[in-house]
Design a protein around this ligand. Structure first.
Ligand code: 5GP
Ligand code: ZN
Length: 144
């Protein structure tokens, strides 16, 4: 069955339409979860909407909620299945954030103590004024 918003050039749409194989771990009407082909650690899973949306900006709110519920379910499943020491939930949106496949997906990544995956470095705000200004800009943007 072809879903609404199907993009025939999209590799994840091809997985949804069974045109290319994937190893599935969860599926319902609107969401699919399958193993990442190049896992950070074994069990690394991608949670995707069955309709094609590029990234977090365009996924409808209700569908986003369903994706997050599946991400939680899968996170607990992976934790138990591979005895993960921890789990990262990560989403890359746009090239600048490392997005390579432009069909929205949430990474659920099992972690092991000392598995060598390095977290991003941290910056500092110049002062309290800069901190408050940025928060104010974000609050203004939210109320648009
Ligand atoms: P991004 O950088 O866009 O957040 O991550 C895309 C992810 O999709 C990568 O981790 C990559 O390994 C995975 N991926 C790309 N192509 C395929 C595929 O054909 N099948 C599966 N199962 N995973 C894929
Ligand atoms: Zn797609």
């Amino acid at each position: 069955m072809t879903h609404a918003n199907h993009d025939e050039t999209c590799i994840f749409c091809k997985i949804i339409n069974l045109e290319i194989p994937a190893v599935k771990v969860y599926e319902d009407d609107s969401v699919l979860a399958f193993l990442d082909i190049r896992p950070v650690n074994k069990g690394h899973t991608l949670v995707i909407p069955k309709d094609h949306f590029e990234n977090i900006y365009s996924v409808p709110a209700e569908l986003w909620c369903r994706m997050m519920l599946v991400a939680q379910k899968v996170a607990i499943g992976i934790k138990n299945a591979v005895s993960a020491d921890g789990i990262n939930i990560i989403m890359n949106n746009e090239s600048a954030a490392g997005q390579l496949v432009f069909h929205a997906h949430i990474h659920v990544i099992p972690r092991e103590n000392e598995d060598g995956l390095v977290h991003w470095p941290h910056k500092s705000y110049i002062d309290e004024e800069e901190t408050k200004n940025i928060a104010e800009k974000i609050r203004d943007a939210l109320s648009l």
